[in-house]
Design a binder for this molecule. Structure first.
Ligand code: NAI
Ligand code: A1CAB
Length: 270
């Protein structure tokens, strides 16, 4: 049986996001001995994972490289990383905003270049990984990357790279908006008189339960919302506030647009 894991995985940068992927991969069976992390701090990444502070002169045969640093940090590592890549080294990038063309310009030795846009819930296997590769990347490599991402949650191929920033704004950034919503729900409860810890508990359990129900139900979220709103009841009065012309739908459109447009700005800064 072929393994879903690369023979060796080299993570260039391993902070919040790549660290969440790493934790999930290891808990799903990727042998830590097959992973090396490049981290300027040299801090341990996970039990059994090798950490190096500087770029190795060579990578083991069968290495897949994943860029896990911030887009602004890419220019610092590219001159040292580029020479150690070759046509056998798949290059994966989780960098927001950074296009395949920009990656190919920085790393001309790489043949297979794949953009992944994960989100932090991958840590529990409930994440989203959007996936894009250009036509120069072999379909076999793309299929292997999709297989490696499968234990992290939903794997969503993106056909058109021009949509990648929009997808990033929705699913990559989305957990932050949900965390804000949990806070806002609790804060509203506190402002109107609930005890703080109780409001936090109620908000978190409500969002968690509603998300699970939405996933498991056959009906759309809109139908589920209407089922909560008894005619003439309390929920409808609350939803009338959310649903007004400049309400939640408008706010989310502005939120996603602002995040999407920042992706294009970040690409232009390179
Ligand atoms: N945080 C999130 O929810 C998501 C982040 N991303 C992407 O993940 C990437 C990393 O973001 P975070 O994990 O949030 O940032 P972070 O700041 O937590 O992690 C960046 C890591 O890169 C390391 N680093 C810095 N300079 C380096 C160098 N020269 N060589 C090697 N490593 C270096 C830092 O020590 C740090 O551990 C970004 O490109 C971001 O666009 C993508 C999806 C979601
Ligand atoms: O804030 C960022 O730029 C990254 C991209 C998606 C989530 N975090």
């Amino acid at each position: 049986m072929t393994s879903r894991w690369p023979e060796h995985l080299f993570l260039v940068g391993c902070g919040n996001m790549a660290g969440a992927m790493l934790q999930r991969w290891i808990s799903c069976g990727l042998d830590p001995a097959r992973i090396t992390v490049l981290r300027p701090s040299g801090r341990p990444a996970a039990d059994g994972v090798a950490v190096v502070k500087t770029m190795p002169a060579h990578l083991p045969v069968g290495t897949t490289v994943m860029l896990g640093l911030k887009p602004q940090q890419l220019a610092d590592v590219a001159p040292a990383l580029s020479p150690v890549l070759n046509h056998q080294t798949p290059l994966l990038s989780i960098l927001a905003g950074t296009t395949i063309a920009q990656l190919r310009a920085l790393f001309p030795g790489a043949a297979d270049v794949v953009r992944i846009m994960p989100n932090t819930p991958v840590r529990t296997g409930q994440g989203v990984c959007a996936l894009y590769a250009d036509s120069q990347t072999s379909p076999d490599t793309l299929a292997k990357v999709a297989d490696m991402l499968a234990p992290l949650g939903l794997v969503e191929p993106i056909a058109d790279e021009t949509q990648f920033n929009l997808v990033t704004a929705l699913s990559g950034c989305g957990p932050a908006y949900l965390f804000r919503f949990i806070d806002a729900l609790a804060t509203a409860g506190k402002a109107l008189g609930l005890e703080a810890a109780q409001a936090d508990r109620l908000a978190l359990a409500t969002v968690s339960g509603a998300a699970v129900l939405a996933v498991e139900a056959q009906e759309s979220a809109a139908v589920l919302a209407d089922r909560v709103a008894s005619p003439g009841g309390m929920t409808r009065k609350g939803m009338d506030v959310l649903d007004r012309p400049n309400g939640l739908a408008q706010l989310m459109t502005e939120t996603i647009r602002a995040a999407r447009d920042r992706g294009a700005e970040m690409a232009a800064l390179k």
